[in-house]
Design a protein around this ligand. Structure first.
Ligand SMILES: Cc1cc2nc3c(=O)[nH]c(=O)nc-3n(C[C@H](O)[C@H](O)[C@H](O)COP(=O)(O)OP(=O)(O)OC[C@H]3O[C@@H](n4cnc5c(N)ncnc54)[C@H](O)[C@@H]3O)c2cc1C
Length: 126
């Protein structure tokens, strides 16, 4: 069996790449792995939603299951990739190796926390 295209991350980068990939290739197995629940949502909408008092359920657009159907993909949620092994075209989830044909790292980034002083510093979200 053909090893899948593996995408680590189901944020805007991971899901948008998967959608574009499927426009060109409906056959190759596609595996997305995410440390979170895999819901599709728009991060830029977080600030608007926060201001409007919306919760996570109201902001989520599609569940991981719905995304899997839409993308004809397997999506592993609440699963953290712990090691990359490019020499052997594998990634590791704990003790479990997963083969890939191609690998995309769409795992986001950590925001830079600007050092702020003042009595409202802990109310600033990066
Ligand atoms: C309020 C707000 C407004 C914004 N407005 C704009 C805007 O107007 N224009 C703009 O261009 N950008 C904007 N951005 C930024 C933009 O939304 C983000 O840059 C973008 O959503 C990041 O997407 P991503 O897929 O790269 O990362 P993320 O959404 O962070 O996704 C990372 C994924 O990787 C997974 N992951 C990480 N590590 C592992 C691991 N070891 N194993 C398995 N999975 C892992 C996570 O679970 C997650 O699924 C905004 C962001 C915010 C918060």
């Amino acid at each position: 069996m053909t090893a899948p295209l593996v995408i680590i991350g189901t944020g805007l980068a991971g899901y948008n790449l998967a959608r574009e990939f499927r426009k060109h290739d409906s056959e190759t197995p596609l595996l997305l792995i995410t440390a979170d629940d895999g819901r599709s949502y728009s991060k830029p909408m977080l600030s608007t939603g926060f201001a409007m008092g919306k919760d996570a359920d109201a902001l989520g657009m599609l569940s991981a299951g719905q995304m899997a159907i839409q993308l004809n993909a397997e999506i592993r949620t609440h699963t953290r990739v712990t090691r990359l092994d490019p020499d052997n075209r594998r990634i590791w989830i704990g003790n479990e190796p997963v083969r890939y044909r191609d690998l995309v790292l769409a795992w986001g980034a950590q925001p830079v926390r600007v050092p702020l002083a003042g009595d409202a510093a802990d109310a600033v979200f990066p």
